[in-house]
Design a protein. Structure first.
Length: 233
């Protein structure tokens, strides 16, 4: 094959890999895992929706998207850590923790990683290009003294003017997952507020903040949403 054609073929293959939608074939029974009242074990069910088998590797870490199982640091163990899912097979995995070193006055946040590896391309009798895929979902561990997340937690958040922007304070012991936040026509999503913390949200000028109202949505333990509208102080 001429060198120029060989280079073109490689570029075309790379473009196809980037252009094709990458979608997980392993479905999870929950969008988050919650350890309540100092619990030390939980489980979640995985289901392979594809017509081909996949290898799955699972581990828990601090959420670094570049993190690897061998470098993960957390007081959690996933059993089994590596396994095969046949086509349409369902299987439960166990999440165990010693809770060693975790604070007893607030919720701790970690991330469950589900890394699915499709079979060799030659083993699949179709024209699909199969790519590995990684899913991350939140793992919350709550000590005995911290109860379940309640809807009132959203009302306890405080949004205040700070310089030319807005700062949000979370005085609760929970990690608050903000699915959406809207202030003066500006919006953001996917924000996690750590317990007893504050962080800046947006930068505005004084005209932008005249109405002084923030609308936001919190994701609860079941993966459902609670909506709020609060005044900016």
């Amino acid at each position: 094959m001429p060198k120029s054609l060989c280079v073109f073929s490689r570029l075309l293959f790379l473009w196809l890999c980037l252009a094709l939608p990458v979608q997980a074939v392993v479905n999870l029974s929950a969008t988050r895992v919650v350890f309540d009242k100092g619990a030390v074990n939980q489980s979640i069910t995985l289901a392979n929706s594809a017509d081909y088998p996949v290898m799955v590797q699972a581990w828990i870490d601090d959420g670094d998207p570049q993190g690897l199982p061998q470098t993960a640091e957390s007081p959690f163990v996933v059993l089994p850590p590596i396994f095969r899912l046949a086509p349409l097979e369902q299987r439960s995995i166990r999440l165990l923790t010693s809770a060693k070193g975790l604070p007893d006055d607030r919720e701790s946040l970690f991330w469950l990683n589900i890394y699915e590896i499709p079979p060799n391309q030659s083993e699949v009798q179709n024209e699909k290009i199969l790519l590995a895929f990684r899913t991350q979902l939140k793992v919350f561990w709550r000590p005995v003294g911290v109860g379940r997340l309640t809807e009132d937690a959203g009302n306890q958040l405080r949004f205040t003017r700070s310089g030319e922007g807005v700062t949000v304070s979370n005085p609760t012991p929970w990690n608050i997952s903000l699915a959406e936040v809207e202030i003066a026509g500006y919006s953001a999503s996917g924000i996690t507020l750590s317990p007893f913390s504050q962080q800046p949200l947006f930068t505005f000028n004084k005209v932008d903040l005249q109405d002084g109202v923030v609308k936001f949505v919190i994701i609860n333990d079941e993966g459902n949403q609670w909506g709020y509208a609060l005044s900016i102080k």
